[in-house]
Design a protein around this ligand. Structure first.
Ligand code: ATP
Ligand code: MG
Length: 361
C-alpha cells in the first residue's frame, strides 16, 4: 500500500520547541526518507477558529508565521504539499458525513478534548465546532488516505477517534477509507515537551514556549530563567532531576557530541546528572550548556527563516499551489465517500434508468 503522511498545526501562534521535537523534526526526516509517496502538511486554520471564533485576525496573522516556521525547519515544497485547511472545502463536507458515525458521549470521553475544555474554561459553553473538532481531524486525515500521522502524545486520542470513524464507515458503507497510524517521537520526552516553567506541556496557549523564531538573546534569556530544582540553592547542594525542566530539555536535545563541543569535562549526560545529584554543580553552568545546544540546533533554522522572510510572495504562492493540489486529492476521496454512501445520484447511470423503468416500464 502507498504510504502517505498527513499532519499539521493550528495557526494560533509561532511554532515552538515542543512542535519541533514532537512532530516537525520527524516530518522533515520522513519527507527526505523517500519512503512516502505523498507528504501533506496542513495549516489548520478552520480548526483554530473552533476556539478562536472571536479572534479571526490572530489566525490570519499567524498563518504566514507557521508557513515560515515550516520552511525554516526544512519542509521542502518540492517534496511536501503545504496547504491551508479552509481552502479545501471537501474537508468540511466529509466532517458533516462523519458526524453521523460518532456519538456525543464518545466525544465527551475524549481525554484531549476534556483537558482542552478545562484549559480554555469552556465548561458549560463549549462551541459545538470545538467539541466536534476530533471529527474534523478524522476528515483531514482520511481525505488524503493518510497511513501515517507524525504527532505528539496529546494527539493519540484524536487518532483513535479517527480510526474508529474509519472502521465504522468501512463497516457500514464498504471498504473506502484508510486506517491511519500515529507516529510518536522515539524519545519519550519529546512526546510531550514541558514548558520552560516546568509545566506539563509547552503550549502556545500557556505562554511557556521557546519559539523557533526567537532571537539568540531571547532563547538565552528564556533558558537562563528556566525552572530547575527550587531546593538547589547553593552550588554545593545536591540537586534533583525530577521535574527539573533544564534536565528534561537535555534529555530531549543533548547528544554525546555536544559534550565534546561545549562541555568537555563530562563524557555524557549520565555523568553530568550524577554530578548534579551529588552536589557541586550549579544551575548556571548546566543552563549555559543547554543554551549552547539549543543555539546550535536553532541557528540554521533561524538562518533559513531569514531567507524566506525576504520572499513572502513566494511563501504565499507555495500555500496557494499546495492548497490546489490538496483540494484535488480530497475531491477524489469525497467522491469515493459519496459513492459508498449512495449519494452519488448523477454518477450512476443505472439509478435514473431504474426509476424510468419504475414509472414507464
Ligand atoms: P494550541 O495551544 O493552540 O493548541 P499547541 O502548542 O498545542 O497549540 P498544536 O498546533 O495544537 O500546538 O499542535 C501541533 C502539533 O505539535 C501536534 O502534533 C502536537 O502533538 C505537537 N505538540 C504541541 N505541543 C507539543 C509539546 N509540548 N511536545 C510535543 N509535541 C507537541
Ligand atoms: Mg494543541
Amino acid at each position: 500500500m502507498e504510504k502517505i503522511i498527513l499532519t499539521g498545526d493550528r495557526p494560533t501562534g509561532r511554532l515552538h520547541l515542543g512542535h519541533y521535537v514532537g512532530s516537525l523534526k520527524r516530518r522533515v526526516e520522513l519527507q527526505n526518507s523517500g519512503e512516502y509517496s505523498k507528504v501533506y502538511i496542513m495549516i489548520a486554520d478552520a480548526q483554530a477558529l473552533t476556539d478562536n471564533a472571536d479572534h479571526p485576525d490572530k489566525i490570519r496573522e499567524n498563518l504566514i508565521e507557521v508557513a515560515l516556521d515550516y520552511l525554516a525547519c526544512g519542509l521542502d515544497p518540492a517534496k511536501s504539499t503545504l496547504f491551508i485547511q479552509s481552502m479545501v472545502s471537501e474537508l468540511t463536507e466529509l466532517t458533516f458525513y462523519y458526524m453521523n458515525l460518532v456519538t456525543v458521549s464518545r466525544l465527551q470521553r475524549n481525554p484531549t478534548v476534556k483537558a482542552e475544555i478545562q484549559l480554555r474554561n469552556f465548561e458549560a459553553s463549549i462551541p459545538v465546532g470545538f467539541f466536534t473538532y476530533p471529527i474534523s481531524q478524522a476528515a483531514d486525515i482520511t481525505a488524503f488516505q493518510a497511513t501515517t500521522v507524525p504527532v505528539g502524545e496529546d494527539q493519540l486520542p484524536m487518532l483513535e477517534q479517527a480510526r474508529e470513524i474509519v472502521r465504522r464507515f468501512n463497516l457500514t458503507y464498504g471498504e473506502t477509507l484508510v486506517e491511519p497510524e500515529a507516529l510518536l517521537p522515539a524519545n519519550q520526552i519529546c512526546c510531550r515537551l514541558p514548558g520552560t516553567d516546568g509545566k506539563a506541556k509547552m503550549s502556545k496557549s500557556l505562554g511557556n514556549c521557546i519559539y523557533l523564531a526567537d532571537t539568540e538573546k531571547a532563547v538565552k534569556d528564556k533558558v537562563m530563567s528556566m525552572f530547575t530544582d527550587p531546593n538547589h540553592l547553593k552550588v554545593s547542594d545536591p540537586g534533583c532531576l525530577e521535574g527539573n525542566a533544564v534536565f528534561t530539555y537535555l534529555d530531549a536535545f543533548c547528544r554525546d557530541e555536544h559534550f565534546a563541543a561545549f562541555l568537555p569535562e563530562y563524557g555524557n549526560l549520565d555523568e553530568l546528572k550524577a554530578h548534579y545529584q551529588r552536589g557541586g554543580l550549579g544551575d548556571v553552568k548546566v543552563k549555559k550548556f543547554l543554551n549552547a545546544i539549543l543555539q546550535a540546533e536553532l541557528a540554521p533554522i533561524r538562518q533559513r527563516r531569514a531567507q524566506w522572510e525576504k520572499d513572502i510572495p513566494q511563501v504565499y504562492e507555495i500555500l496557494r499551489h499546495g492548497s490546489t493540489v490538496a483540494q484535488a486529492h480530497a475531491a477524489q476521496t469525497l467522491a469515493a465517500v459519496k459513492k459508498a454512501m449512495r449519494i452519488d445520484y448523477f454518477g450512476d447511470a443505472g439509478l435514473m434508468a431504474a426509476h424510468v423503468a419504475r414509472y414507464q416500464g
